[in-house]
Design a protein around this ligand. Structure first.
Ligand SMILES: Nc1ncnc2c1ncn2[C@@H]1O[C@H](COP(=O)(O)OP(=O)(O)OP(=O)(O)O)[C@@H](O)[C@H]1O
Ligand SMILES: O=C(O)[C@H](O)COP(=O)(O)O
Length: 394
């Protein structure tokens, strides 16, 4: 059983709240998209409104990445989005951070510095060891409770995610609560269950396909994107040199597993029947039977959308992860547009994956029952795996 904010006595309490506001960063080093900050507004506003002293913990980027920045612009944007006053301090667990926490007024918010500026945060630990790190030992003494709202980072067993509930009472924030409700009981969703696996993270997606087919969670898997090209490749189709290069780049060492899935589940595993390429600057659709072509396959074609729509119209649950094509280029958005629209025919639709949610916003698509804030974390739930953050809260 996991406690929620309904179980927390917030008035006057210093509450550490781990959120996931890891966001695209522009060339000037400030936020390019604030959808993840907006997702956490409900939790942060509710705690401030109930008189808590809200201490925000979050990461941005990874060491060495060009999006590895301070949280100063995140704090400024939260200040615009929240009714409460929002301060920022360039410290996370030092005496300076503790002083600022102890000096907070009830009903106000303090954003601490990027947790990943500190080396142990990028390592993974069992909760008891995470509780002994400098971050948790330094900050826990000035907190009265801990809330984890960072569903999109829940698959990371890092100190700020799994260490605090060992020392403090832990609660799920509203984003975490909603995600667990939607994704936590995938085995009870209506059948037949149809997984639409696209995008470019081919190695992850082949793992997901294996997991949901071997476990019987999936009645059908519709492949698209580089994932679909990879299954075409292992089925013996010569895609052409460029597409084959992309497949080998992205599939890692998973092609043998894809081959096993194709031979064991050929009836449940659907492959594209046509693709779209760029020729003289235009979108041209090519039947798989007419491959190879030298241009890279950038989208699924309309015949594939129609074939997949036939499967989806009888679906109980449709789970989408990964766009069907390079949707960022208007010429290759038709596959994602058509497939995702067809998926809404299912009784219940779940979307998992940051780029997939971005595609939905980009294409202005509606009608999905749950659009997850997570990528890897959503995938773990969609394959019935447990998440370190959730186990730590339990
Ligand atoms: N046929 C294709 N060739 C090349 N790239 C493709 C193709 N189809 C889709 N993509 C790319 O796949 C990317 C998204 O794939 P990804 O697997 O990262 O999605 P996601 O799982 O929703 O994201 P995340 O898991 O990172 O939140 C898009 O940027 C898109 O351009
Ligand atoms: O954006 C995400 O997927 C989450 O914030 C996790 O980020 P990470 O993959 O750098 O841990």
């Amino acid at each position: 059983m996991i406690r929620t904010l309904d179980d927390l006595d917030a008035q006057g309490a210093a509450v550490g709240v781990r959120v996931d506001i890891n966001s695209p960063i522009g060339a000037d080093g400030t936020l390019d998209d604030d959808s993840r900050l907006r997702a956490h507004r409900e939790t942060l506003a509710e705690l401030a409104d109930r008189g808590a002293r809200v201490v925000v913990l979050a990461h941005q980027g990874r060491p060495g990445g060009d999006d590895f920045t301070t949280l100063e612009s995140h704090a400024a944007r939260l200040g615009d989005l929240l009714p409460a006053s929002v301060e920022y301090v360039d410290a996370t667990f030092s005496a300076a951070a503790r002083e600022r926490v102890e000096g907070l007024d009830d009903g106000t918010v303090l954003v601490l510095e990027n947790t990943r500026f500190y080396s142990e945060e990028v390592l993974q630990f069992p909760p008891e060891d995470a509780a002994e790190t400098h971050l948790v030992r330094g900050l826990a003494p000035v907190l009265d409770a801990y809330v984890n709202d960072a569903f999109a980072a829940a698959h990371r067993a890092q100190p700020s995610i799994v260490g605090f509930p060992v020392r403090l009472s832990g609660y799920a924030g509203r984003v975490m609560e909603r995600e667990l409700d939607a994704l936590g009981n995938i085995g009870e969703t209506p059948t037949p269950r149809v997984y639409c696996l696209g995008g470019a993270k081919v190695d992850d997606s082949i793992e997901v396909a294996a997991s949901v087919l071997d476990s019987g969670l999936a009645d059908a898997v519709l492949t698209s994107g580089v994932v679909g090209n990879s299954f075409l490749h292992v089925s013996g189709v010569d895609l052409g040199a460029e597409s084959t290069r992309v497949v080998n780049d992205r599939a890692g060492d998973r092609l043998a597993q894809a081959e096993r899935l194709l031979s064991e589940y050929g009836d449940r595993l659907h492959l594209p029947v046509d693709v779209a390429v760029e020729r003289d600057g235009e979108r041209v659709e090519v039947a798989v039977a007419d491959l190879p072509v030298e241009e890279p396959a950038m989208d699924i074609g309309s015949a594939t959308v129609d074939a997949y729509a036939d499967v989806l119209e009888d679906a109980g649950t449709a789970i989408l992860n990964g766009p069907a094509g390079v949707f960022e280029d208007d010429r290759f958005a038709a596959g994602t547009d058509g497939l995702f629209a067809a998926a809404t025919a299912a009784e219940y639709t779940i979307v998992g994956g940051g780029d997939t949610a971005a595609a939905i916003r980009h294409l202005d698509l509606e009608g999905f029952d749950h659009v997850s804030t997570g990528g890897g974390a959503a995938l773990a739930m969609l394959t019935g795996e447990s998440l370190p953050a959730v186990e730590a809260l339990r």
